[in-house]
Ligand binder design. Structure first.
Ligand code: FAD
Length: 312
């Protein structure tokens, strides 16, 4: 049942008609506010300032994906440049997270690269970090290729790997070998076929554990690998803490990352216990696909959403 609902929501996340319905439906906007910091940069900066005051860092995501014109892609890049300037001007502890399809990847590799390069160069200037999110498997190769290209010039950039893909341990091994394994580890949020992705939750979790062991093996650490643990799963959090202790890693040598609005109490207790926590803060008017992926992750969110719709 869960996997049927999940697949349906992920299919709807790509539907223009469903998008137009949900975007214009006030109760949906209210529910989305639980996961999205707001529609404007100012909203997001206020949220980040509050998180910083609670001892948490942030990574800012200007929502948007799969743009269809070069102008839209350039606008997205400019919005990130403006955001980085504002983060710097206010002295906020935040980097940014970007999606390559938001920067024009569907229009050509060079379009996305030039836009991404502009953002990373600005981030380098203001000493902030850029994380390239990982999208669906159609983009894995190109995302890793553009990441490698950027790393020749910059070191304030990292990317993401998804534990559910069978290819990931191989990708991680290569990135470690090249000395550029600055990675956020996640389970993976897209609807991928069984031929390339693990489907069972328990096995995805085990694959995540294995990635942590790989990233924290002595050779990997010697080559400067850095893991950001992008998961709210308590079993993964506990596993990471226990493994780090066993390997004598200090809590400064890795970080946890949560999505805005999810498990806020747990984020606070981790900070209280001395762990580094970074919150992924999305903002903007293009919140629909992001919001649908969050609903797909947890049936309880869907119930909450439906109740809000019924309740008006
Ligand atoms: C910082 C960050 C960045 C990410 N970046 C990417 C990316 O670039 N590419 C990508 O494919 N995926 C990304 N993801 C999403 C990720 O792949 C998973 O889909 C998502 O994190 C849910 O998996 P989980 O590990 O939290 O475990 P789950 O088993 O899904 O969740 C564990 C527990 O966390 C809570 N929880 C989890 N999700 C929700 C939710 N939506 N609403 C309410 N409670 C919830 C629940 O208590 C749940 O029982 C990112 C996730 C995080 C945290």
């Amino acid at each position: 049942m869960y996997s049927v609902v999940r697949r349906l929501l992920l299919t709807l996340s790509r539907s223009a008609r469903a998008q137009s319905f949900v975007l214009h439906f006030p109760p949906a906007r209210r529910v989305a506010r639980r996961f999205v910091a707001g529609e404007t940069l100012e909203d997001a900066l206020e949220v980040i300032a509050r998180l910083n005051a609670q001892g948490m860092a942030a990574t800012l995501d200007h929502l948007g994906e799969n743009v269809t014109t070069p102008e839209e892609a350039e606008e997205a890049a400019q919005a990130y440049v403006d955001a980085l300037e504002a983060i710097h001007a206010r002295g906020l502890d935040s980097g940014v997270s970007v999606k390559l399809t938001h920067l024009g990847l569907d229009l050509g590799e060079d379009v996305a690269y030039e836009n991404l390069r502009r953002i990373v160069a600005k981030a380098a200037e203001v000493e902030r970090f850029v994380r390239i999110d990982m999208e669906s498997s159609a983009y894995t190769d190109i995302t890793l290729a553009l990441y490698r290209r950027l790393r020749r010039e910059f070191d304030n950039v990292g990317t993401v790997v998804q534990a559910y893909l069978y290819r990931t341990p191989q990708d991680v091994a290569q990135l470690i070998e090249e000395g550029i394994a600055n990675l956020r580890l996640v389970k993976g949020a897209y609807d991928e076929p069984p031929s390339i992705a693990i489907q069972q939750r328990e096995r995805i979790r085990e694959a995540f554990f294995a990635l942590l062991r790989q990233m924290w093996a002595p050779e990997a650490r010697a080559r400067g690998s850095f893991a950001a643990i992008g998961s709210h799963d308590e079993a993964i959090i506990q596993y990471a803490i226990a493994l780090a202790r066993r390997l004598d890693l200090s809590p400064r040598e890795y970080e946890f990352q949560f999505l805005y609005g999810i498990r806020r109490d747990r984020a606070e207790t981790l900070v209280r216990d001395g762990y580094r926590m970074r919150i992924y803060v999305p903002f903007g008017s293009q919140w629909y696909p992001y919001f649908m992926r969050r609903l797909a992750e947890r049936p309880a969110n869907l119930l909450f959403f439906l109740r809000a719709l019924v309740g008006g």
